[in-house]
Design a protein around this ligand. Sequence first.
Ligand SMILES: Cc1ncc(COP(=O)(O)O)c(C=O)c1O
Length: 379
Amino acid sequence: MSAHVPASTSLEAVPQLDLTAQYAAIGAEIRAAIERVMASQQFVLGREGAALEQEIAELCGVSHGVGVASGTDALILALRACGVKAGDEVLLPPFTFVATGSAVSALGAKPVFADIRPDTYNLDPAECARRVTPRTRAIVVVHLYGLPAEMDPILAFAKEHKLPVIEDNAQAIGARYKGRPTGSMGDVGCVSFYPTKNLGAYGDAGMVVSNSAGLAERLRTLRNHGQTGKYLSSEPGWNSRLDEMQAAILRVKLRHLSNWQRARQSNAAEYTRLLNPFPGVMTPHTPEGLEHVFHQYTIRVEKRDALQKFLAERHIGSAVYYPHPLHLQPIYAELGHKRGDFPHAERAAQEVLSLPMYPELRKEQIARVAECLQEFISK
Ligand SMILES: Cc1ncc(COP(=O)(O)O)c(C=O)c1O
């Protein structure tokens, strides 16, 4: 087995994520963009935001983008624009970041969980059919770790039940499902520009993308106090606007996104090449026809916690996304779920480990991670 792992050149630390490497490469461009906003003295709902909305809509293959303050706000506003109200049920996977569920709860609606597929960690379309009720009003699909969910059967199911589909595209901007960009297949797509995301701002920011002019118009109203005219509000909204500074920074970073995406994919291929022969290590599975953008490179091992400790002792960063499935978290205690309700989500929460992954990660660093993994396995 050792033949597969080239010796790394040093025993250097490998962080799970290193944003400083990216800033070192693009800092001058970023500072020029910030200076442009400073010179304009226009900070909210200006030219940069409008341009970014067009550029992100184009990337996602849709007609409209509506900039908002975060990915969480994108989900809340999207659900609301799709008609979800207090008391409604919304289908979603339990294996995701809490924001996917808390966006539903923020509207007074009830999250109804449907288990994931064990090979992709994404929503299992067959599980949706088991959990749908006459009170179901929407489905939220998450493209976890940067891998598109199984959209065709989910869209067919949604059509049959006349349910809007909201794509939580926080982790998968740039990914494709059978050639179609994530975010373009449902009624709306929700993007997060949280700093650690594949396209990250220098603070919080998000966007909703859609092909529906009607939904986009409603979202523009909702993000700005429900105003349909100057100081004239037609419904309760709030302040969730994307600021110009973040938009200008994101426009710079967007120009690099496809190169960064290729670098992530090449890093993932290198990991898989090195780790695939290791017994007991499951590397990410990308079904035929799908393009994974590797927001995370997530393996699965039975002794996950021991492995994470072993790596940390050797200064190798790693992270668990996510250790607690939503149905077992205190926030949803009142739903009365118990261990065993969603076995695939529960097992994933115990076994997944995300290894260092960012575009600037070097081959020697990947080799170092693989070397440590091999050492752990042969212990
Ligand atoms: C799957 C998922 N959904 C929603 C969010 C919320 O996005 P934000 O942090 O921008 O509010 C995130 C990221 O944090 C996420 O990973």
